[in-house]
Design a protein around this ligand. Structure first.
Ligand SMILES: CC(C)(COP(=O)(O)OP(=O)(O)OC[C@H]1O[C@@H](n2cnc3c(N)ncnc32)[C@H](O)[C@@H]1OP(=O)(O)O)[C@@H](O)C(=O)NCCC(=O)NCCS
Length: 506
């Protein structure tokens, strides 16, 4: 017999009135374990409010819980009849990009059907019948919804919340952008000061981690030390699974983690070099304090601002591998430390974050501007990649590279002039030898130049990237935890056909 909507729907539907507060509606959803609430008036369907609406409300307002459902619901949604067939319901949901539809009989709402309900039916069929082919590396596959930010590769544009990330880096401090990304809005003057005071007060290493760090620091690269130190931090501060804690507790942990990471990195670097760690200074901004803790001397303000701009530009960048990793781990309900340790692991690979010093190594290998053309030609002819050029998403100038090039220009110096000359030569040679591939500098080319010019040693390039990116990872962890569903995709089995008889042991 044909499966119908009635067989799958959740009944009765969770309902509320249009004037119910978002907080009460969210509570009702949570209690019932549903992803939507149907808004009724005189027993008739007036709207539907979904998890996605709640997410958007949370992102748009600083105190959304008190607002009425009416402001965020989809009014007069399409509805389904209980006797409609599942494939018709599927077509209706997917063609309108709905996640939930009310089921109506005799003018009254008798239930709700969701994509998730329909997927239950899809799942019992063999995978070959139901799943679409996905490209290798999940390129272009949408796996989540987010209000944190996005990348528009063809336009050379990326944004945090509703603002251009480049404009934010030009006009605001890292702490203000951190506030934007955590709280959903740019702070005014008073909130900016209050937020800076809060985060600066959390920079010190907890005692247990502080006493362990000297033995950790000698045992690996700074990023590996950070990975272990974040585990220690979470254990020392007693971080519990995100599944078991509320949003305020997770937010509090995230603020501490982002504040402490630069301190861990600077201390690990100094201990490795045989120096004592430098105690953080609350009067300095994030980047200035980071440079101060690395070197022990107060940095040139131009250097501090350059590193601050670099860190702002690299807080978040779409669903890159480490961000996705953090969200997958969070989706299991694991604690914040586990998610960030996993993200650091993903970032450490050379195809993700492990390459910024390679562009500088290449400039060393080229040596002088007059050797650039020959060097690049030979490398491309040998099938090598020119480090700091090309991008999976940007097929035009990488906006981060454009800003970092102007930051480098303002800092000046022989390395900057040399790198600009190598950039011009390389773009021309790549256009000739790889026509139509649209290969320009990516973030890593000028990131290395800027960091080097500001006195950051090469082995600290990727860790510095991680220090800013932790803010982005934590934001995604909070977003995932606030509307969680276990991320559990499927794989197509392509091995020898089962079941084969199991041979006896021996
Ligand atoms: C970033 C990167 C991995 C993106 O790769 P991608 O989107 O998968 O691009 P593809 O590997 O499909 O390359 C497309 C073509 O451009 C060429 N190409 C891409 N980047 C190149 C580079 N940096 N130098 C020379 N050729 C390059 C490839 O050889 C390929 O040519 P083909 O069509 O003749 O085979 C790649 O550009 C790269 O390896 N860059 C150098 C490393 C780097 O800077 N990494 C930091 C990234 S932020």
């Amino acid at each position: 017999m044909e499966t119908t909507v009635r067989d799958l729907m959740t009944s009765p539907a969770v309902t509320c009135a249009a004037e119910t507060s978002l907080a009460a509606a969210a509570q009702a959803m949570q209690t019932a374990g549903t992803g939507s609430v149907v808004v009724t008036e005189d027993g008739k369907v007036a709207g539907i409010l979904t998890e996605r609406d709640l997410l958007q409300a949370t992102a748009a307002a600083s105190r959304p819980g008190g607002e009425p459902v009416r402001l965020w619901m989809t009014a007069r949604p399409d509805v389904l009849g209980p006797d409609e067939r599942v494939d018709a319901a599927w077509a209706s949901l997917t063609s309108h990009r709905y996640r939930h539809l009310p089921v109506v009989e005799g003018g009254h709402c008798i239930g709700v059907v969701s994509l998730r309900d329909l997927m239950r039916v899809a799942r019992i069929r063999p995978a070959a019948e139901t799943s679409e082919e996905v490209p290798a590396g999940l390129e272009g596959v949408v796996v989540a919804e987010t209000t944190v930010g996005d990348v528009r590769g063809m336009q050379g544009f990326f944004h945090y919340r509703q603002y251009s990330a480049v404009e934010l880096a030009e006009r605001r401090s890292l702490e203000d952008v951190w506030h934007l990304i955590f709280e959903g809005e740019l702070p005014g003057a008073a909130a900016s000061t209050a937020f800076a005071e809060t985060v600066r007060a959390r920079r010190a290493l907890p005692a247990g981690l502080s006493s362990l760090l000297p033995s950790l620091a000698g045992r690996g690269a700074p990023l590996d030390v950070l990975r272990t130190a974040v585990s220690v931090l979470g254990a020392e501060l007693g971080w519990r699974p995100t599944h078991d804690i509320g949003a305020p507790e997770l937010h509090d942990q995230a603020v501490t983690l982002c504040a402490v990471v630069p301190t861990i990195l600077a201390a690990a670097h100094r201990l490795r070099d045989g120096h004592e760690p430098v105690v953080p200074r609350p009067d300095l901004g994030v980047a200035a304090n980071y440079l101060y803790m690395l070197t022990g001397t107060e940095p040139d303000p131009a250097h501090a601002r350059a590193i601050e701009q670099y860190m702002i530009l690299t807080i978040d960048h779409g669903f890159n591998a480490s961000t996705f990793t953090a969200r997958v781990v969070t989706s299991t309900g694991a604690d914040l430390g586990a998610a960030i340790v996993a993200a650091i692991g993903a970032l450490s690979g050379p195809l993700h974050g492990g390459a910024p010093s390679r562009a500088l190594d290449m400039l060393d290998a080229i040596g002088t501007p007059d050797q650039a053309e020959e060097w690049v030609r030979a490398a491309v002819r040998d099938g090598e990649r020119i480090m700091g050029f090309g991008h999976r998403v940007y097929k035009t100038d990488d906006p981060r590279s454009l800003l970092l090039r102007s930051v480098a220009e303002s800092l000046g110096g022989p390395l900057v002039a040399f790198s600009q000359s190598v950039e011009r030569t390389t773009v021309d040679v790549l256009a000739e030898l790889k026509p139509g591939r649209k290969l320009y500098t990516n973030v890593e080319f000028y990131a290395g130049v800027v960091m080097h010019t500001c006195g950051i040693p090469r082995e600290m390039f990727t860790p510095t990237f991680a220090a800013g990116r932790t803010i982005g990872w934590c934001t995604h962890v909070m977003e995932q935890a606030s509307h969680n569903r276990l991320i559990r995709p499927a794989a197509r089995y392509v091995g020898p056909p089962p079941p084969q008889p199991v041979p006896p042991a021996g």
